[in-house]
Design a protein around this ligand. Structure first.
Ligand SMILES: [Zn+2]
Ligand SMILES: [Zn+2]
Length: 189
């Protein structure tokens, strides 16, 4: 494995002895595609990564946190907003031989698991997956965001409390147009 990636760390200084540990404290770039529909990790600043790697029988257990900024769009009022977030990481990265045994035994999780390659660990997928899993699918700029007026599209918190639009038609007209539609549909069928 190439050592050029900023996410790849040598494990040569981590004895393969359960209980041995190694710390990674780095400022790293945001991996590509670290986002979901309406939220993504802000790519212009570095991520603050604090990982503790512990040797276990099956591989290396990685625990720690990734801190960064999230750029999101509110699902209700569609305004952009940003906030600081800490993403927790708790993942087992397998030795290839240990993983191969589990895969052979039909372990579905092991098929998807991360793997140590040539005594190096690539933490890029761990960072990306931890962020993507924790990003909100329906971000809200505030928990009680009122959203947009469906008539004029202006956020309710920028409008007067008694904001409203005059009804376009009366109930009578509604009934009339519904009847008209029904008649048309009957004609067409
Ligand atoms: Zn909002
Ligand atoms: Zn309106």
């Amino acid at each position: 494995m190439s050592n050029e990636s900023e996410y790849v760390f040598s494990l040569l200084s981590l004895p393969r002895q359960p209980g041995a540990t190694l710390s990674i404290d780095e400022h790293l770039s945001v991996p590509n595609d670290t986002g979901v529909n309406m939220a993504r990790v802000h790519t212009e600043d570095k991520l603050e990564v604090h990982f503790l790697l512990s040797s276990v029988n099956e591989g290396v257990y990685v625990s720690g946190s990734v801190q960064g900024k999230v750029d999101a769009q509110c699902a209700r009022c569609l305004r952009d907003f940003s906030y600081e977030e800490t993403f927790d990481v708790h993942e087992l990265v397998f030795y290839p031989d240990k993983r191969a045994v589990l895969v052979e035994q039909g372990d579905e999780d092991a098929k998807e698991a991360y793997e140590i390659i040539d005594d190096h660990i690539d933490i890029e997928p761990l960072i990306r997956d931890a962020c993507v899993l924790a990003l909100p699918f329906t971000p809200l700029c505030s928990p009680d965001c009122l959203g947009l007026c469906s008539e004029c599209g202006i956020p309710f918190d920028e409008l007067d409390e008694d904001h409203h639009h005059d009804e376009k038609h009366t109930d009578e007209e509604d009934i009339f147009s519904a009847l008209e539609r029904q008649l048309r549909e009957e004609e067409e069928s």
